[in-house]
Design a protein around this ligand. Structure first.
Ligand code: DGP
Length: 112
C-alpha cells in the first residue's frame, strides 16, 4: 500500500530501528508510548485490520513474534499486555494490522 505509514516502515522507506525483524514481521517502538515499554508488532504484508486476515499463519507469526520480543525485552517476570485495536470502535487509528505490546507499569482493566 503506497500511502500506508506502517508499510513504509516495514519496507524501509521510513528508517526505523527494528526491535525484531524476520521474513514476515517487524517490531518497533510506538511513536506515542502509553507505557514504559510500548512496541508495535506488524505483519510486513498489508492487512487493513485483523478482519482482512485470510491465513491463520499471519496470526501465528504475529503472536509468536510478540512473545519473542516480550522474552527478549525481559518482560516475562512482571508481565505484559498484548492488544489489537480493530476498527473504529476498537480504537484503531492506523489501518495496517498491528499488535501493541505494553509493559512496565500496572495496566488498568477494563480499558477505556
Ligand atoms: P492504533 O490506535 O491501535 O491504530 O495504534 C496506532 C499506533 O501507532 C499509535 O499508538 C501511534 C503509533 N504510530 C502512528 N504512527 C506512527 C509512526 O509513524 N511511527 C511509530 N513508531 N508509531 C506510530
Amino acid at each position: 500500500m503506497d500511502d500506508c505509514i506502517f508499510c513504509k516502515i516495514a519496507n524501509g522507506d521510513i528508517p526505523t530501528d527494528f526491535i525484531y525483524s524476520d521474513e514476515n514481521v517487524v517490531a518497533f517502538r510506538d511513536l506515542n508510548p502509553q507505557a514504559p515499554v510500548h512496541v508495535l508488532v506488524i505483519p510486513k504484508k498489508h492487512y487493513k485490520s485483523g478482519i482482512e486476515v485470510d491465513n491463520p499463519s499471519v496470526w501465528s507469526d504475529l503472536m509468536s513474534s510478540a512473545v519473542k520480543v516480550a522474552r527478549e525485552l525481559g518482560l516475562e517476570k512482571d508481565g505484559y499486555r498484548m492488544v489489537i485495536n480493530t476498527g473504529e470502535q476498537g480504537g484503531q487509528t492506523v489501518p495496517h494490522l498491528h499488535l501493541h505490546l505494553l509493559a512496565g507499569r500496572n495496566l488498568g482493566w477494563p480499558p477505556g
